[in-house]
Structure formats: C-alpha cells, structure tokens
Design a protein around this ligand. Structure first.
Ligand SMILES: [Zn+2]
Length: 508
C-alpha cells in the first residue's frame, strides 16, 4: 500500500496539482517560535536569489530598512534583493509583522525594525534548498501568509560567559536567541570580560577583551537582540561556581580580602572601598555594553551576607543602602536595575514554602524589598514545578507577591518543562513584564537546547499557543548550523550543539 501512495504524492507535488497532504503542517513546524497564525497558500515557491522582489511597508526610515534587509539577505542567502520600501503607518505591535510570500513577491509589513527582522527570520526558517540538484544554489520559500506578534514584551535569555566555553560559544548563543525572536540577552561574565579599570577581576588565560564584547553588543543590535550586562553586587562574588572553590580575585590577589566577607562568596558591603571598586566595574561595563536600558546586578544566594565584624552589626541597613546606591547610580544614567528575587524573600515566612527564598529576618529581607524604588525589575527564578502537598498545580505565590508590591516582574525558569510552560502562562495571564530563561553551565547539547532555546521561545512568544509541541523544536540542529555558519565557525569543537560528542575524559 505504501508503495502505491508515495509515487502518487510525489506526482501531485511535481505537477503542481496542489500541496501535498500535511504540507501546511510541515511548513508550520519549521518555525521557532510558532507564529500566531500561518496559512500556506498553494504549492508555489518564491526563489530567494539576487533580484528577487521584496516589498516592505513600514513607518521606519527607508535607509534603516534598506540596511537591515540588505544585510540579512547577504548573510542568510548571499543575495541582493530588489527592494521597494513604502512608508506607511502601522498598527502592528512592536516586534510583530505581517508576511505574505507569493511566487514573485515577499511582502513584509511591520511597525519597527524588530518586526521586519522577525519576518525575515521566519522566511529563513521556512525556506529549503532547491531539490534535485547536486549542489544547491538557491533557497525556495513556500507561499504563505503569516500574522505574528509576541505576547510578552520582554523575552530574554540569561547566558553565563564561562572560562571553559570554546571560542564563539557566546556568540552562537546570542545569535540563536535572536533567531528565535528573543529580544534581550543578559550576559553574566564569570571572570571572563576583562575591564581596563580592574583587569585583575578576570582570568589571565581565559579572558575576552572589552572590544570583543563591544563587537558582540553590535552583532546583537543588528540581529534585534539587546545585550544586558550583569555584575553580581552581593553573592557569587567569586565569579566562579561555588562547587569549584575557585575565586577570580582572591586566588591570586589575597590582598583584596577586605572587599569580601571572610569566605569570599559575598562582597563586604559595609566597606566603602568595595562600593568604589564595584562602581568602577559597573560604570565601565555599562559603557562597554553601549549604555543599555537595563543592568542586572545579580544579588542571589548571598548566604554569607553580613558575616564580617562590621557587616554583622547592622546588615539590614547596609543591604538596603547598597541596593539603593546602585539603583540610583543606574537610574541617573537612564538605566533600570534588574535583580534576582531570592534575597528579598524571608525564607522563614511560611507563605514561600516550596518557592526559592534565600533571605532572612537577619538581613531584613522584607524591609529591604519595601525600601526599593519600583523601577527595579525583579527577576523571580523558580527552576522547578512546586506542586501543593495535595498534588495541585503551583500557585506561584512568591512571584505574584512582587507584582502586588508594585514591581515589574520577569519569570525565570530553567530546564523544567512543566515549570517553563506554567511560568510563561502565568506571565501572559498576569501581564508580567516578561520571561528570562536561565541556562547556567548547560547551554550545550541538542536535547537541552531544544528546551532552553526553542521550546522556551515558543512559550515566551505566545504562552497559550495551541500548536506548540515537540515539532516546534525539532529543527534546532539546522538552526544551530545556520548561526554557526553566520559567525564563521571553522573548527570541530565550534560546530554543532556541543564541543565534543562524548566527554573528552571518556575518549582518552
Ligand atoms: Zn562585611
């Protein structure tokens, strides 16, 4: 039976008697994140090659549109389109777009550059190589009509720039996040970004220069993703994983011990020299990131806060003063402070049972939280799916608490799929500011990247989407290949989703 059906289907495709059964679904499943609506119109194709007709309808200045479209065509298809730009007002929301592809025209409507770029990302994802040749010279795009826009205004990923990352890893992650229509990426340097003011706060063997980070910021901007710097102003002061025992500064410079609490994990925030040291790093990093609209100051898991002879006298006051100082420092520059939530929640409060709360009465978490200005963006990280004792769905009480206190909130899941879905849906329903997906040390291997990048982008884009499923993330290896080629990857360990197919110690 199968032998009979297959030739019939192929015949239908070749002879243009209408699209093959399931063609709509196949085209749709290529797009990450899944669009709000897509209709495949017939079985024709639009050939992406030099001279192909592109029309953009937008209120954006023509010069900016031309630069974006020509740059994307050169990068993605090594082609130069025949571009027409029509200036017109648009009611499409930020980053949204309307796309109509026919066999002789690709028409894009959007109200901003983000929307135009997103339409081109969709075009790239649905396109496929011409068929029946040895070497492909052309990409064909199915004829479609797409209406698409994001539900959450802030769709971010959090990346750790670790010393162990191979060259190009961070750029790959930034490019893939942008390809999946995330519009922000928080970059937390783990002793890797070398600053002029404090070069000693980076590893000699593994640092990258400030100019390299400036280049990545520019790459992100061209791709529609804004890079946000992170410097941990409370805990995680070693810029190293706790379990590694390393300390970016104290291992080689023990003379700086007075800047930290005795164990080195948390900054000593009663010391004026600490504040000056951190201020200098924040200021330079802010410039390196080209004056971003947000700056993440970490502040999670500061377990040894207030443990030295001075801080222990009145840690609540020092804690509050420290945060207010940096909030003001950033606010004066037109930049909003982002911080993790957990030190602002008193862990002994039974309301937060099951949720992450690392604060305490000793450090006066509740009072400190209440002292903060409401322009602080609270990033609530919850990596699990904390069901009630009766097995009921999580209520996310601690997340809603920050909204009720008047803050803009980002939900921050990790690898737990039910947790990602539930928190994204909560963000959509409660109209939170958005979602920030964490990756930590695990932004490699296809199986993880399907969750961290692909699945999460679907939920951040459209939390209630009825079509999302495994299919949406099935193309991730192709997309990784595309972005690796975009960035000019050349060596074995740069290609694919992981540097090595098996851990190196197993191959020796
Ligand atoms: Zn101290």
């Amino acid at each position: 039976m199968k032998r009979l059906i297959l030739p019939l289907l192929l015949a239908a495709c070749v002879h243009g008697d209408g699209p093959a059964p399931g063609w709509q679904r196949l085209v749709q499943s290529r797009i990450v994140p899944s669009p709000q609506s897509i209709k495949v119109t017939g079985d024709g194709f639009y050939a992406l090659r030099t001279g192909c007709a592109v029309e953009v309808v937008t209120p954006v200045a023509a010069a900016e549109v031309r630069a974006l479209v020509n740059r994307d065509f050169a990068r993605c298809w090594k082609a130069e389109p025949s571009l027409t730009i029509k200036e017109a007002a648009s009611t499409i929301i930020a980053d949204g777009y309307r796309l109509k592809v026919t066999s002789d025209l690709c028409r894009i409507e959007a109200s901003d550059l983000g929307g135009i770029g997103n339409a081109l990302k969709t075009v790239r994802q649905i396109g496929e190589s011409e068929r029946g040749v040895l070497k492909s010279l052309q990409v064909n795009v199915p004829c479609v009509e797409v209406e698409d826009f994001p539900v959450l205004p802030f769709r971010g990923m959090h990346f750790c720039l670790l010393p162990e990352y191979p060259a190009g890893r961070l750029e790959r992650d930034i490019r893939l996040a942008a390809y999946y229509k995330f519009n922000y990426a928080v970059i937390e340097s783990w002793g890797v970004l070398r600053l002029d003011r404090h070069p000693e706060y980076s590893w000699d063997e593994y640092h990258i220069t400030a100019d390299e980070m400036r280049r990545l910021v520019k790459v992100g901007k061209e791709l529609g993703i804004t890079l946000i710097p992170q410097i941990n102003l409370l805990g995680h002061a070693s810029a190293s994983r706790h379990g590694s025992g390393k300390h970016v500064l104290l291992d080689q410079h023990p003379e700086y011990a007075s800047l930290f609490e005795p164990d080195g994990w948390t900054w000593c925030i009663s010391n004026p020299a600490t504040r000056k040291y951190l201020e200098e790093m924040v200021e330079e990093t802010y410039e390196v990131f080209d004056k971003p609209p947000f700056f993440h100051v970490g502040c999670d898991e500061a377990y040894s806060l207030g443990k030295c002879q001075v801080c222990s006298r009145d840690i609540g006051s020092y804690f509050s003063e420290h945060l207010l100082h940096f909030q003001k420092f950033l606010s004066e520059r037109g930049c909003r402070m982002m911080m993790w939530h957990d030190m602002l929640l008193d862990g002994s409060d039974p309301r937060w049972k099951g949720y992450t709360a690392c604060g305490s009465k000793t450090v006066k978490s509740t009072e400190v939280m209440k002292s903060l200005p409401k322009d602080v963006l609270v990033c609530v990280w919850e990596y699990g799916y904390p069901q009630g004792e009766d097995g009921s769905a999580p209520k996310w009480d601690s997340t809603i608490y920050f909204k009720d206190e008047g803050f803009d909130v980002l939900v921050c899941p990790w690898l737990n799929v039910p947790g990602i879905k539930a928190q994204a849906k909560l963000a959509g329903k409660e109209k939170f500011f958005g979602l920030l997906e964490t990756t930590w040390h695990l932004s490699s291997l296809t199986s993880r990247m399907e969750i961290l990048f692909a699945l999460t982008s679907c939920y951040a884009w459209y939390p209630e989407h009825p079509l999302m499923g495994v299919e949406s993330s099935a193309m991730v290896n192709l997309h990784i290949r595309q972005v690796n080629q975009d960035l000019g990857a050349k060596s074995y360990h740069q290609f694919g989703s992981a540097a090595y197919q098996i851990p190196l110690h197993q191959s020796q």
